[in-house]
Design a protein around this ligand. Structure first.
Ligand code: AMP
Ligand code: TRP
Length: 332
């Protein structure tokens, strides 16, 4: 059975992009894989964060993942800072990766913007830690949204260079799993920008905690164009906002853009938006209610994470021990 690894940052409330681009696929993959899912709090401190809220956000996110359908009994759910293998291997990879490789990372360029001299060095080396997250478990399949593709290519470059430099066929090749019609959910205010936790406008995203009225309002006010929906895929070209809403509908109903257009082609957004809002409310209200129920007993969630960390470490520790031997560290 192939091993799956994926991660999500506890930097705010998870949104529809996280759910449709990643978490929904994590849930489905549990049926026929051994899965490890990680709340990556070490990654969350690469940008400014509030030490007073990080622990709570880590717990909240773990609860939301369980509410979405992650099964912490059959699979492993944990938080990154509790398993030291990540930083141990992350450091080794920071010494394997080349400056030129990291310089090409578009997410760093986007996040650093004009402030390059002033961002943390952790933001720059972040992809090394991400590679370590996966490879510390010898995981081979990684379900992510489209924005993480370049980081996974880098992880494969790091694994290959490690194997080459230390003359061992040790780290496997990683296969990105970028799945479904909503692998890149766009902002509701601008079809050219991805939906993101860091967008200053809350109107740009649907949070998994939004109530029915908020969801309906955000969809009603979502940017669109005046044309009715087309009946064929080609009709979505040059209409990023329409394509985005159709993709969201398709993902939520386990269908495709073409199926949704077959149903709604010729109709205006006045008809499509209420149908989409209703569908979102139906799916997300269950998740929000279950998250609240789980968080009523924080001790339960913390227990799940503690147990997850123990099981994760049992897999990763021997792998990272062996990586350290290959690098040449004294083992006494
Ligand atoms: P992050 O919130 O950056 O930790 O992302 C967690 C997961 O959600 C990753 O697999 C991302 O690729 C995915 N993701 C984040 N934003 C989006 C989006 N707008 N559309 C699709 N997937 C996304
Ligand atoms: N970098 C990912 C993001 O921002 C989160 C992440 C960290 C991750 N480590 C990972 C995803 C390992 C997949 C595998 O979305």
């Amino acid at each position: 059975m192939q091993r799956i690894f994926s991660g999500i940052q506890p930097t705010g409330v998870p949104h529809l992009g996280n759910y449709l681009g990643a978490v929904r696929n994590w849930v489905a993959l549990q049926a026929d894989h051994e899965c490890l899912y990680c709340v990556v709090d070490l990654h969350a401190i690469t940008a400014d964060h509030d030490p007073k809220t990080l622990a709570g956000q880590t717990r909240d996110l773990a609860a939301a993942l369980i509410a979405c359908g992650i099964d912490p009994q059959k699979h492993v759910l944990f938080h990154q800072s509790a398993v030291h293998a990540h930083v141990r291997l992350g450091w080794i990879f920071t010494c394997v990766a080349r400056m030129g490789w990291l310089n090409r990372m578009t997410q760093f360029k986007d996040k650093a913007g004009k402030d390059r001299e002033n961002v943390s060095t952790g933001l720059f080396t972040y992809p090394n830690l991400m590679a370590a997250d996966i490879l510390a478990y010898h995981a081979t399949r990684v379900p992510v949204g489209d924005d993480q593709k370049q980081h996974l290519e880098l992880a494969n470059d790091i694994a290959q260079k490690f194997n080459h430099d230390f003359e061992a066929d040790f780290f496997p090749n990683i296969e990105p799993l970028i799945l479904g019609p909503a692998a890149r959910v766009m902002s509701l205010r601008d079809g050219a920008k991805k939906m993101s936790k860091s967008d200053t406008s809350d109107q740009s995203r649907i949070n998994l905690t939004d109530d029915a009225e908020t969801i309906a309002n955000k969809i009603k006010r979502a940017k669109t164009d005046p044309e009715p929906l087309p009946s064929e895929m080609e009709g979505l070209e040059g209409r990023p906002e329409a394509r985005n809403l159709v993709g969201i509908y398709a993902a939520l109903t386990d269908t495709t853009h073409a199926d949704v257009l077959a149903q709604f082609g010729g109709m205006g957004f006045g008809a499509f938006k209420p149908a989409l809002a209703e569908l979102l409310v139906e799916k997300l209200s269950l998740i929000a209610a279950e998250t609240r129920r789980l968080l009523a007993d924080p001790g339960y969630v913390d227990g799940v994470l503690r147990d997850g960390a123990r099981r994760a470490a049992a897999i990763a520790d021997p792998i990272v021990d062996e990586a350290e031997r290959l690098v040449g560290f004294l083992k006494v």
